[in-house]
Design a protein around this ligand. Structure first.
Ligand SMILES: *[C@@H]1O[C@H](CO)[C@@H](O)[C@H](O)[C@H]1NC(C)=O
Ligand SMILES: *[C@@H]1O[C@H](CO)[C@@H](O)[C@H](O)[C@H]1NC(C)=O
Ligand SMILES: *[C@@H]1O[C@H](CO)[C@@H](O)[C@H](O)[C@H]1NC(C)=O
Ligand SMILES: *[C@@H]1O[C@H](CO)[C@@H](O)[C@H](O)[C@H]1NC(C)=O
Ligand SMILES: *[C@@H]1O[C@H](CO)[C@@H](O)[C@H](O)[C@H]1NC(C)=O
Length: 464
């Protein structure tokens, strides 16, 4: 080999190893640059537009929203942001199905950058809670498959479904009014669930076209992006552009899925019946699916396709490094050894699968890398608990560092404050016990002192 050839080989090897070392980021930037995608050329190139960090993601039901929530939790942790989390009395949701109020937010998670736990949307309350540059996002799913999923997931939970003979979706849809009671507990899972989650009136008759039209317009006005579950990766591309995030910020593993055997395909005629029964949701879906595709086409189909491919490739790389080449094994909850990874099961009839880590994960991994891999597949309830613990700890630390006469202000990294949030809780008492700084006692039981206080503040009932 001539010296020149050896030199070229050397250069090639160096380039490849450089790309590998800098992970997805560099190759992503370079490949995108190569393409000349207009919106990409200006983006992740260094030092440009800062990432947007104030985000409300309205987590709708059975729409891949748990996967989105996990992504936002990880983004928040990575960037030291504050995620609003529910008070103990609300469980891991903001007292759904009650309309959201700021009283549902744990005092140690104020003021927030990110809101992503289940709630019934209440624009006014969120506006008072969040910075004024907050971007609102949500996700919808095609009504047919969504309703099948709701019916199966909540069949032992929601009375409207429970009273259907043989648990038959067909039987329900033949005469929904026979089984459905609009004012009964959990009735929101049985009709126009998306509309309800978005704060709308799920029981408006299909004939009230003016209401449906006005409701769609309102959602359009408030939400900067309505993602579509069927086009999840494409939606993430739009999200990335909207928030000026990087590829690394939108990597995910699908969470909270059913086993294939709990799913069923719809018999002919059923999708139309489902749409008629959930006419408000159907209208929302059609409208926002159309606008998603308009935006994708404005971005350029070739660009979008390329970004989706890059995303999927980066995802495969991540899987390889986390779980040794394959996706982590999908397992039913009972088989999952690590209880931090067991997903919540709605009933004995539906099997929600989760992931288990390979037992040899720890070999040759930094603690940080292990943590990321674990968080990628951590179910909602456990992750919420972990975040509350770490944010409470941070809150207490920031309090301990202040002179006692000052009002405590939670640590925050982002933008200027909006009008004061109405707080339901008094400032925390002077931190108990532990030698300040070490935090050893508060690490082991960080939330204990707060629970009594937060549960006492009975959230007000809210108007809709
Ligand atoms: C987050 O906080 C930690 C510790 O306080 C710090 O080391 C890290 O650099 C911060 N990260 C960002 C992105 O601000
Ligand atoms: C329920 O299932 C049984 C046995 O499969 C069948 O005989 C009955 O007709 C079904 N009932 C309804 C309402 O479909
Ligand atoms: C969403 O809209 C696109 C573009 O109009 C269309 O091709 C697609 O079939 C729609 N998807 C669903 C599930 O309706
Ligand atoms: C982990 O274990 C699996 C099977 O037990 C094996 O195939 C894989 O190579 C191991 N991975 C590492 C990184 O040791
Ligand atoms: C947001 O709030 C800041 C300060 O609280 C204010 O200066 C700014 O004008 C507000 N922006 C908008 C768009 O209302």
């Amino acid at each position: 080999m001539s010296q020149k050839k050896i030199f070229l080989v050397f250069i090639a090897i160096s380039t490849v190893s450089l790309l590998l070392h800098h992970g997805g980021h560099l190759s992503w930037t370079m490949e995108a640059f190569h393409l000349g995608c207009p919106a990409l050329r200006s983006h992740p190139a260094a030092g440009l537009k800062p990432k947007h960090t104030n985000v409300v993601f309205l987590k709708t039901h059975k729409t891949a929203s748990t996967t989105m929530q996990n992504l936002l939790f990880r983004f928040a942790e990575h960037n030291n942001l504050t995620v609003a989390l529910p008070v103990q009395a609300c469980s891991h949701q903001f007292c759904y199905p009650r309309s959201f109020t700021s009283h549902f937010v744990h005092a140690h998670t104020l003021p927030p950058n990110i809101v992503t736990s289940h709630m019934r949307f209440n624009r006014g309350e969120l506006q008072r809670l969040m910075p004024n540059d907050t971007i609102y996002i949500t996700i919808l799913r095609e009504p047919g498959s969504m309703f099948e999923s709701l019916f199966s997931y909540y069949n032992q939970y929601c009375q409207s479904f429970k009273r259907v003979p043989n648990g038959s979706l067909e039987v329900f849809l033949d005469e929904p009014w026979r089984y459905y009671r609009p004012d009964e507990k959990d009735s929101m899972y049985a009709r126009n669930t998306l509309t309800f989650d978005l704060g709308g009136d799920k029981d408006r008759p299909a004939t009230d076209v003016a209401y449906a039209r006005a409701f769609v317009a309102e959602v359009e006005r408030v939400f900067s992006l309505v993602m579509i579950a069927e086009y999840f990766d494409e939606s993430l591309v739009l999200l990335r552009h909207l928030l000026s995030w990087d590829l690394d910020d939108i990597l995910y593993v699908k969470l909270n899925m059913r086993t294939p055997s709990s799913k069923r395909s719809l018999t002919p005629g059923l999708p139309a019946k489902i749409r008629a029964w959930n006419s408000l949701d159907a209208r929302l879906y059609d409208h926002f699916n159309a606008s998603l595709w308009r935006r994708l086409s404005a971005l350029g189909p070739a660009c979008v396709a390329r970004e989706v491919r890059l995303l999927q490739r980066a995802q495969e790389r991540l899987m390889r490094s986390c779980f040794g080449g394959r996706m982590p094994l999908l397992r039913s909850a009972a088989q999952i050894k690590n209880k931090d990874l067991r997903p919540w099961q709605p009933s004995g009839k539906v099997d929600i699968v989760g992931y288990d880590l390979p037992t040899n994960l720890s070999r040759g991994f930094s603690a940080q890398a292990q943590e990321l891999c674990l968080k990628l597949i951590m179910p909602e309830v456990q992750y919420t608990r972990v975040l509350l613990r770490s944010q409470s700890l941070r809150y207490r630390r920031s309090y301990q560092l202040r002179p006692p006469q000052q009002q405590p202000q939670p640590v925050r990294t982002a933008l200027p404050r909006h009008p004061p949030v109405q707080r339901s809780q008094a400032p925390p008492p002077a931190a108990p016990g532990p030698a300040s700084g070490t935090g050893s006692t508060s690490t082991s039981k960080p939330a204990a002192g707060t629970q009594g206080r937060t549960t006492k503040s009975e959230p007000q009932s809210s108007q809709t």
